[in-house]
Design a protein around this ligand. Structure first.
Ligand code: ADP
Ligand code: MG
Length: 728
């Protein structure tokens, strides 16, 4: 079978594919009963736990009280019975190692006894602590081999749930993953630590503003996930997609997203039935999926949940990615989560909506109804702006990966320069507060913090700046640099910590002023000009894609860290080490190890891409091109033999031969670059990949894509962009 027929067969088969239905039936059980049916949630806990145990557990979950180990046995027993009644045979500690994926190892509930009986076992100890044989997870040197084992520890704040497979179910217990020396080996542990830090500093500020009722402040997160769906037949014919998640070759299709006819367009039925089944599974797992729509590019979609506390939202986000991949497969589709699966076509991000909410339900980024709450709102907004300005590089770093470099470092949304969009009214308020005698824009009356009202701030989506990497959107900030393939744990850990630092800074100043008998509103009014002057350079409401902005940002001293390798060294700088240490989020050791892991991951990713590109070039594209060259040469030769010597056709042949040769030379250059990769430090290794291998690989691609436009389609071995994006 020639490669052409692989493509032809794929297209013919896809033409007959019907949307898959029947997996979901909301008539037998309506959506309200489906929601959370596979979660050991508060209502199940209330039903099944002894009263005292239930109360104790809720205290741990809601108020962050230390877990009372004596209740673990009772909780485990109830969980086990609930799980087995729902068809589970196994349990697993589910964690989020530094691979960026989730990890699980299943243990059976049943254990044989010496007298031949069988016992269902799951004790408090099994619930609270696990010891996965996890020595091959990346630890960045944290676990020397003699202490190669880490352990998993139950996170009661994220409820256990059941994951079904076609032949049973598993009880899944969300856990942290820690080394025996107490170092975090995962993404959840630092996130939980950062939530403690911001809780403490925000409560401190709330008390200054006279709040005596709130006992806890949570960060809330709603992450919008972008992704592509393509037919599995095409995927299987693309070794680059299989190995790297993105296409390493592929000429731009004649029709891309230029017509803007895809965004919010009607969702194709096959895709919609896939989405609906994924959402059904997610709803059962208690993931509050809210929206679905077509995205900008053909074949691109978005799914978003209702926001939850950062920890739960992060777990649910990981589940969302897993379930999307799994269900897509059932529909003969493949879900591409890579930030840039198709060059020249809109990439995929994960907009991270972030806010602060008190346990008594106040959203602290909601402009208030009273002058008093306005003062508090403006102070917290100022704290966020100051944090983003002061730690712009770190925030950029929190979204860094080889995949995301294609968005942030390239001419796409959003840029690598971190700036804040506040919108016209709010910017105006801050600018006027900076002058010391603020006036509302409309009434030209002085804004006195704690006394006067804010102008009405718009919450209309049409009014938002879509190009900004960090935008205030009415009652939350939206961090848009996060990549579609990333866990949101890292970005939120950074956000929580840097805002905690800002709040700490502001509280310290306010407390000093109050000790000197100034009232809080007067104190913040006095502090505000200084704050605004500090963070003003980070405020930008204009077009973030424009060239002028790059120049302007440089003048303002804002960092423009284009690639992962450009920003990683920051992680172990004095300032950042001190920051994380102060708020007990990361120790220096942990930061050093994470830096190592990011660099290794970057170098490995580029290494795999480079080798895949070389193999595809040498074993698929070149042979196809040479076959076509032989055809053209034979045809031209026959014409010459017949006495027709046509200059145009000779030139065409010459161009073809030259382009193919140039392609071969470029492939050799890539092989050469890969072979020269040295054994230096992780940083040196990553730099080599970034500065040497990436450009050589790009060059190979450019010539390959040109060949695709001149070589007969009959011979081309790889499904085209046109086919992958439009045929389903
Ligand atoms: P869009 O930004 O696309 O216009 P929405 O305003 O509906 O859409 O919000 C997108 C995401 O922001 C959703 O996941 C939503 O739950 C989340 N969100 C809304 N309010 C908050 C909040 N207070 N904290 C965190 N996320 C929030
Ligand atoms: Mg949004």
């Amino acid at each position: 079978m020639t490669m052409k027929s692989v493509r032809q067969t794929a297209i013919a088969t896809i033409g007959k594919v019907q949307a898959r239905g029947g997996a979901v039936n909301y008539l037998d059980k309506d959506v309200r009963d489906v929601y959370s049916e596979h979660v050991f949630n508060e209502s199940v806990q209330r039903q099944r736990l002894p009263k005292a145990v239930f109360r104790q557990l809720q205290k741990t979950i809601k108020a962050g009280a230390e877990l009372d180990n004596t209740i673990a046995d009772a909780v485990a027993l109830a969980m086990r019975d609930w799980a087995i009644e729902h068809g589970a045979t196994h349990f697993t500690h589910w964690f989020q190692p530094m691979t960026g994926n989730t990890a699980e190892k299943h243990d059976s509930f049943v254990t044989p006894t010496p007298d031949g009986e069988i016992l269902a076992q799951f004790s408090g100890k099994d619930l609270v602590r696990g010891e996965p044989d996890a020595s091959s997870f990346p630890s960045g040197g944290l676990r020397a081999t003699f202490e190669a084992r880490g352990y998993t520890a139950w996170d009661p704040s994220s409820p256990a749930f059941l994951l079904e497979n076609p032949n049973g179910a598993t009880l899944v217990v969300p856990t942290m993953f820690i080394s025996w020396t107490g170092d975090a080996l995962d993404k959840k542990t630092p996130l939980l630590r950062s939530m403690e830090a911001i809780n403490e500093q925000t409560l401190r500020l709330l008390r200054l503003f006279g709040n005596t009722t709130s006992n806890r402040v949570y960060t809330t997160v709603g992450a919008e996930q972008e992704y592509f769906l393509i037919d599995k037949h095409f995927y299987l014919a693309r070794p680059d997609l299989i190995n790297t998640g993105r296409t390493l070759f592929g000429a731009k299709p004649p029709k891309g997203q230029e017509l803007d006819d895809n965004y919010f367009g009607a969702i194709p039925e096959r895709v919609l039935s896939c989405m609906a089944e994924a959402e059904y599974e997610l709803l059962r797992l208690g993931v509050p999926i809210k929206t679905r729509h077509n995205e900008v590019a053909p074949g691109q979609y978005e799914i978003a949940p209702t926001f939850e506390t950062a920890n739960l939202a992060t777990d649910h986000q990981m589940l969302t990615m897993e379930i999307l991949r799994k269900i897509a497969n059932r529909h003969g589709l493949v879900c591409l989560m890579h930030e840039k699966p198709f060059a020249g076509i809109n990439g995929s991000g994960k907009h991270n909506n972030w806010s602060l909410v008190t346990d008594d339900g106040e959203n602290l980024l909601e402009p208030g109804e009273t002058p008093h709450s306005n003062a508090q709102f403006l102070t917290i907004c100022a704290a966020v702006c100051r944090a983003v300005h002061k730690y712009a590089g770190l925030l950029r770093l929190s979204a860094a990966s080889a995949g995301n470099d294609h968005r942030l470092g390239a001419n796409e949304a959003p840029p690598a320069i971190i700036s804040v969009f506040l919108g016209e009214q709010l910017s105006d308020v801050f600018q006027q507060l900076a002058k010391g005698k603020a006036r509302t824009s409309k009434k030209a009356k002085a804004i006195e913090l704690g006394i006067s009202m804010l102008p009405k701030l718009p919450r209309d989506a049409g009014d938002r700046n879509r190009t900004s990497p960090f935008a205030f959107t009415g009652n939350k900030f939206e961090f848009r640099a996060v990549g579609s393939n990333q866990s949101v744990a890292g970005p939120n850990t950074v956000l929580n910590t840097i805002v905690a630092e800002s709040l700490d800074y502001i509280c310290t100043k306010l407390e000093a002023a109050i000790r000197g008998k100034t009232d809080v509103n007067a104190a913040i009014q006095k502090l505000m000009p200084e704050l605004v002057k500090e963070f003003a350079p980070v405020l930008f409401d204009g077009d973030n894609y424009s060239d002028e902005w790059h120049g302007e940002a440089a003048k303002r001293g804002l960092p423009n860290l284009r690639g992962t390798v450009d920003c990683v060294p920051l992680l172990t700088s004095k300032e950042i080490v001190a920051l994380f240490k102060k708020y007990k989020v990361f120790s220096r050791r942990e930061l050093v190890s994470r830096q190592e892991i990011i660099l290794e991951n970057y170098a490995t990713t580029i290494g795999i891409e480079a080798e895949s590109a070389s193999i595809i070039a040498n074993t698929m594209i070149l042979p196809a091109c040479l076959r076509y060259q032989a055809d053209v040469a034979a045809a031209v030769n026959q014409a010459v033999q017949a006495g027709v010597k046509d200059a145009v056709q000779l030139k065409m042949l010459k161009e073809l031969v030259e382009t193919i040769s140039a392609f071969k030379v470029a492939a050799e250059a890539l092989d050469d670059a890969i072979a020269h990769e040295s054994n230096g430090t992780a940083l040196a290794h990553a730099k080599f990949m970034y500065k040497t291998v990436v450009p050589v690989m790009e060059n190979l691609r450019t010539i390959g894509d040109k060949l695709q436009t001149i070589v007969s389609d009959n011979y081309w071995p790889l499904p085209s962009y046109n086919e992958m994006l439009f045929i389903r």
